[in-house]
Write a protein that binds this ligand. Structure first.
Ligand code: NAD
Length: 367
């Protein structure tokens, strides 16, 4: 084992990290491939105002590793990748996405990319100008990814309620239960809509006032200031906004029995799983409950199929089983999920990385 170099990569076991710099169009980006021993890497492109290229690299490493965990838990035959782009006023968006597409194309199918924060339909179509290996919206693509994620979250919420009610099957209904939905964007709105339609009592928040007003008017739900949502007494807090929202200050404020939603990297740090457990709050591991879009997108790229409702609904069964297992082990579910994913990854140790044709013939088991 080589000593960690440089410090940025300490603890990282990524297969490939590519730095893309094109100052003439203001482009500073990173493509990270964590693991392809199960198949090609999947992961979207995140565009954020990172303060340094170091911060962007760290985020790419963390997010691509989480995609591997997501694939392992959903048993998707693939691994984790991620692109990150440093957003700033000097970035020429059109040229940047087209150029990133060429880098993705150059990987020959080792990495399939798609949407993420800052990369929506318009950016995906720019990527598509220069690569085949991107998930596109509309009839050419796999379908509505946010709807797939929302479907998985709803399946997960059934598991959460059933576990809280000590049921021996996924029999709990949403009606009569109370939910606090954080974020009314692509996923949060659909989740709030389904919960409200099922007779649940839903309170939601979004700092974008048009989104909050639309949910109040169309769904008839109560909308409150986003800063107040953590303090709301409810059965389940449903985070569908940003990651890193559960930390010392917010965990103390929560008045819920469980946290389960689509937000990626929910815990500010892994130790917060224990803080939540000590407050008796059940947490659905983020990369298990939010894997609906990955299941739909990856299966579309691998098989051309679009219908994966049953696999997405199975997220509920997986979570229900995970909660029971974690309970019997006396550990928080996110800790158990990390252990299971790490164990499944270790079992791939003797398998070589994925290289698509025509490079596949180079795929030999490592010595
Ligand atoms: P989105 O950008 O469409 O919506 C996020 C919403 O959260 C926005 O309306 C934003 O205003 C709101 N928000 C931001 N800060 C908030 C706060 N403090 N309180 C309340 N609302 C706040 O994003 P999305 O596609 O709906 O994804 C939501 C989350 O789920 C993200 O963390 C994303 O990474 C994760 N996720 C999404 C998908 C998918 O298919 N879209 C898949 C997996 C994971």
């Amino acid at each position: 084992m080589l000593p960690p170099f440089p410090e940025l990569f300490e603890g990282s076991d990524h297969e490939q990290v590519q730095l893309i710099q094109e100052p003439s169009i203001g482009l500073y980006a990173v493509l990270a491939i964590h693991d392809t021993r199960g198949g090609p890497a999947f992961g979207g492109i995140r565009r954020l105002a990172y303060r340094s290229i170091g911060e962007a690299i760290r985020d790419a490493l963390r997010l691509s590793e989480a995609m591997t965990q997501k694939c392992l838990m959903a048993r998707v035959p693939g691994g984790g990748g991620k692109g990150v782009v440093v957003d700033h006023p000097g970035l020429d968006l059109t040229a940047a996405y087209r150029l990133i597409g060429r880098y993705v194309e150059n990987l020959g199918g080792r990495f399939y990319t798609g949407p993420d924060v800052g990369t929506g339909d318009a950016e995906l179509l720019l990527l598509r100008d220069s690569t085949r290996f991107v998930t596109v919206p509309g009839s050419e693509g796999p379908g509505d990814l946010a709807a797939a994620t929302a479907r998985g979250v709803l399946a997960g919420l059934h598991a959460v309620l059933s576990f809280l009610e000590r049921s021996d099957s996924l029999s709990a209904e949403f009606a009569e239960h109370t939910f606090a939905v954080q974020g009314l964007g692509s996923v949060g709105y659909l989740v709030a809509q389904a919960l409200a339609q099922a007779g649940a009592q839903v309170t939601a928040a979004d700092p974008i006032s048009e989104r909050a007003a639309r949910a109040r008017d169309e769904l008839g739900i109560e909308v409150i200031h986003d800063g107040d949502l953590f303090d709301l007494p409810c059965d389940v807090f449903v985070p569908c906004a940003l990651g890193g929202i559960l930390h010392d200050l917010t965990i103390e404020r929560l008045r819920c029995r469980a946290v389960a939603g689509s937000a990626n990297n929910l815990l500010a740090s892994p130790e917060h799983a224990a803080s939540l457990a000590s407050r008796g709050i059940l947490v659905a591991p983020d990369y298990v409950i939010n894997s609906g879009a990955l299941i739909l997108g990856a299966n579309f790229h691998l098989t051309g199929g679009r219908e994966h409702g049953a696999a997405i609904d199975a997220i509920g069964d997986e979570l229900f089983e995970l909660f029971g297992w974690a309970n019997s082990e006396g550990i928080p579910p996110p800790v158990l999920a990390d252990r299971i994913a790490a164990d499944r990854l270790r079992k791939r140790r003797s398998v070589a990385s994925f290289f698509p044709e025509p490079f596949a013939s180079n795929r030999e088991d490592p010595k």
